[in-house]
Ligand binder design. Sequence first.
Ligand code: GDP
Ligand code: IMO
Ligand code: MG
Length: 424
Amino acid sequence: MNSCIVGLQWGDEGKGKVIDILAEKSDIVVRYNGGANAGHTVVIAGDKFALHLLPSGSVRPNIFCVITNAVVIDADCILQEIDALAQKGITLKNRFLISENAHVVLDYHKKEDQLREDSLGKNKIGTTIRGIGPCYADKAGRSHAIRMADFRNLEQLKDKLQAIVEYKNKVFTALYNAEPVNADEIFEKCKFYADKLLPFVTDTTEFLHKSIAAGKSILFEGAQGSLLDLDHGTFPYVTSSNSSALGMSVGSGVPAKMVDKFIGIAKAYTTRVGAGPFPTEQENEIGQYIRDKGHEYGTTTGRPRRCGWFDAVAVSYTVTIGAIDAIALMHLDTLAGLKEIKLCRAYKIDGKETTFFPANIDRLSKATPIYETVPGWDKDITEVNDFYDLPANAQNFICLIEEMVKIPVTIIGVGPKRTQTIFR
Ligand code: GDP
Ligand code: IMO
Ligand code: MG
């Protein structure tokens, strides 16, 4: 059985927690998109791990971890994460692979990300400044790309870096009036990365197909959320990879046909970090209540997350484009204490009602949510482990979501720990 986990909103839905739980019954966990912009939290017996690049299965000692072609590799970040795990006695030796075809994020990508954002003023995207956009742009542009396989030939890499850095420095100095970067320093770092990471570098497509043929069970770990998908999200306020379920096959080299189940992760409300339209956003005491109670601050950047009501129009869209089979609904506990809870069931755009999410932001910006309002509950539910022990209003809320998005909610999160999970 192979499964894929994807975020159904704008990221931070609680993917890390669900991956960690489902990893127990898997042999291999695969990261297939994005880079160190992701921040996946796993909480185990009081220990909190915030993983940016390593698959969330890495915290379990027996799970094989793979990073495939479409992930952009920040080597410093991976090495820090490997060290952090080692300090807790967890080793990745003999159970970790990185694709030779994955592209590498270097210092000049992060610098370009920062300079570009600074230059955009009020039009900034609000990126994580992890160099994601510039690295994917170099991948698409081809001539300035560095891949993990380039670490195998350092002579050639040195020449390549000289030419790339010369070009980048012209842009940094002439366009942005910024300091140039030093090609030799970047090359020295690459030598270090090559030494540390080459033992893990291989053809992960071959590895995954051989593993599937041998009957291994694979869990694919999406990063970001479907609404941040470069082609199907709220462009340009998106990330630079295919973060919807559609990105799983292109990112990993394993066709979606070989995946038995796509599980979508959503919060019982909606959050977004960075700029862009957000129809159900609550810039008021409700949004603040959710932010405080749900600790809604970015795992990667620490930025306060924008908070709002559950948007069934948005989630139905990401369920549809991803052919999602079931939902894991996280953070139900965070809604406790609210007198009333709203769910957006349709939008009104230019006087017309629609239930199909317009990913085009000119139309999305004009959307007024049409809400269904349901009574809330006061009871703390963080220790509940059976659906039928939830307050009736919480049960009804879940059933209403199922009715709106037309697929079942099979996992419910009632707290950050592994044990704070209800299975239906
Ligand atoms: P990811 O990027 O999708 O993996 O999500 P993040 O780790 O960025 O953010 C989710 C946050 O919510 C983390 O701090 C989790 O520990 C926490 N979390 C996950 N599920 C639940 C839940 O059901 N209830 C509560 N209160 N916290 C949760
Ligand atoms: P996980 O995997 C939430 C957002 C950024 C910004 C936009 C572009 O933890 O759910 P980028 O640095 O990718 O160029 O930024 O995308 N973003 C995320 N938001 N969760 C994430 O990952 C995100 N990764 C990127 O905030 O709005
Ligand atoms: Mg996150």
